[in-house]
Ligand binder design. Structure first.
Ligand code: UN1
Length: 512
């Protein structure tokens, strides 16, 4: 089937119907959604007003007041059911992700798998929300810490992981005893509607099993930037987890700080890999290809800068360039294609601007041209671009959300490390080497300055078990695994006196 004859609006209607989404929530409204696969319209969603968004947040706060009283392992049962519902919906929701974002089939399904994985993680976590007992200097006293639910948690997500990012936040926030309020990207509200319907089904099962759960535990707000602002400014929202560009983070961060609310910021990345003289070049080639071209270069963790040692440069770079020229680009719904479309024309324009800027800095560009425009004039398929740069200048220091890989030559490891860290962003990184000194140095205090540092795998495609996030302009937030759950709770330090005297700390006397 060619792109021109695909009827995605009809298929979307079927998928949403099967997942339990009512037609009124995606037809006849003001928010128009296009599929990047064909460029054609697939929905028009009614948007919430700012006043109603404020009321919905109040209701989410009320839900929190009840939900925090439910024991954590019981809260975990709801997330276990969510995981079951997601397993049942995996192929439909994965397909919808592919249609709405343009991800190739295995990546659309992989995104839903990531949701299932975090649910499993959160279920285990629901029995492990623990604090420490700490030695006290006072006799017959005990000091301990307790972790308590925080409130209605705001979630602002980006188009590129339209549902997984919600689940990383929501699964943890909910087992931690919070309610959630979600403002998805305006580019991907249909997958959000589907996810909300799946959540509602899990909640209904939980209640049918005899569980107690408030309405409005998970709220979805469909709307534009002003709705995001209501969420960010609402006094009943103690934490907002926001994923998107550094520009978005610069707008959101100070607004939250002004009212002393917490933030988890997951902003831009400008991820690099170093290819050392001892690297296994077959493995490197595959690792680089997936990390740089996968998801059409639209992951926060996409590989954007490659530092290749001069002893292997002439072996690796021509092979890589060949891979770029032969990679299959086309409908993400067709098996065999590895690179789908960019999200929209604006993304394509930014890619072209970055390539022009790179050329004027002396870069040698291969690829970057549009393909399939005769079949679908409003869809933006591009050949991934590889750019050999004389130095790390101009657009190389910026995040362009497109498949552009800047390649640079290095001769000493220390020089490569310095260049690696010499960008404003600090999300993910990797080194391909079989020299253990280099590998260990890369992950040490004087190595990569990123939140994620890998050896012999690319920077993208993280599992949910580790904490996800980065440093510097990436925003510093951590989501998903490890102890990221602590961000969704408030810590109290408790000192309990079980004696009959009142010794004061630090030897202070106050005898009345
Ligand atoms: C993102 O691009 O917003 O590590 C998240 C990865 C995925 C998540 C990326 N697990 O590539």
């Amino acid at each position: 089937m060619t792109l021109a004859t695909l009827d995605l609006a009809a298929e979307v209607k079927d998928i949403l119907g099967n997942l339990g989404v009512k037609p009124g929530s995606y037809t006849g409204g003001t928010l128009a959604v296009r599929s990047p696969v064909t460029g054609s319209g697939i929905g028009r969603l009614p948007e919430i007003s700012a006043a109603d968004a404020g009321k919905a947040i109040e209701a989410a706060h009320e839900a929190f007041l009840e939900w925090r009283l439910v024991p954590a392992p019981r809260r975990g049962e709801l997330i276990r059911l969510l995981g079951e519902e997601l397993r049942a919906a995996k192929s439909a929701l994965g397909r919808l992700v592919s249609i709405e974002v343009g991800k190739v089939t295995s990546e659309g399904l992989g995104e839903v798998q990531e949701m299932i994985d975090i649910c499993d993680f959160a279920v285990g976590l629901s029995r492990q929300l623990y604090g420490l007992t700490i030695a006290t200097e006072r006799s017959e006293h005990r000091m301990m810490e307790t972790w308590h639910p925080l409130g209605a948690i705001g979630i602002i997500s980006a188009f590129n992981f339209p549902v997984a990012v919600w689940s990383w936040n929501a699964a943890l926030a909910i087992v931690c005893g919070n309610s959630t309020v979600w403002k998805p990207s305006e580019k991907t509200p249909l997958t959000a509607l589907a996810t909300q319907a799946i959540f509602d089904r899990a909640l209904a099962r939980f209640v049918a099993e005899g569980g107690t759960a408030p309405k409005n535990l998970s709220t979805l707000l469909i709307g534009g930037r002003e709705i995001g602002e209501v969420l960010v400014d609402h006094e009943k929202v103690p934490l907002v987890s926001a994923t998107g560009s550094t520009a978005m983070g610069r707008a959101v961060g100070p607004r939250l700080a002004r009212r002393f609310a917490r933030s988890i910021l997951e902003l831009g990345g400008n991820n690099a890999a170093i290819v050392a003289p001892t690297a296994d070049l077959d493995l490197t080639l595959r690792g680089v290809a997936f990390a740089a071209m996968g998801t059409a270069g639209q992951r926060c963790t996409t590989l954007r800068r490659l530092f290749v040692h001069d002893s292997v440069y002439d072996t690796l770079v021509p092979r890589l360039t060949k891979a770029y020229q032969s990679v299959t680009i086309g409908s993400p719904l067709e098996n065999g294609n590895l690179v789908g479309p960019l999200i929209d024309k604006a993304a394509y324009d930014r890619m072209r601007d970055a390539l022009d800027a790179a050329s004027s800095e002396g870069g040698k560009v291969t690829g970057g041209e549009r393909v399939h425009q005769n079949e679908a004039a409003d869809a933006y398929y591009v050949r991934p671009a590889i750019v050999e740069m004389p130095a790390q200048t101009g657009p190389v220091k910026e995040e362009t959300f497109a498949p552009i890989l800047y390649v640079m030559k290095y001769s000493s490891f220390d020089e490569a490390l310095k260049l690696h860290n010499d960008v404003p962003q600090g999300l993910s990184s990797s080194i391909f080497t079989n020299d253990m000194r280099e590998a260990e140095t890369f992950v040490s205090a004087r190595g990569s300055d990123c939140g994620i540092a890998n050896v012999n795998i690319g920077p993208s495609g993280a599992e949910i078990g580790g904490a996800f996030g980065g440093e510097k302009e990436t925003g510093g937030g951590r989501e998903s695994g490890s102890d990221a759950w602590k961000a969704y709770m408030r810590r109290a330090t408790n000192t309990l006196n079980y004696g009959r005297t009142l010794p004061l700390a630090q030897g202070v006397r106050f005898d009345i």
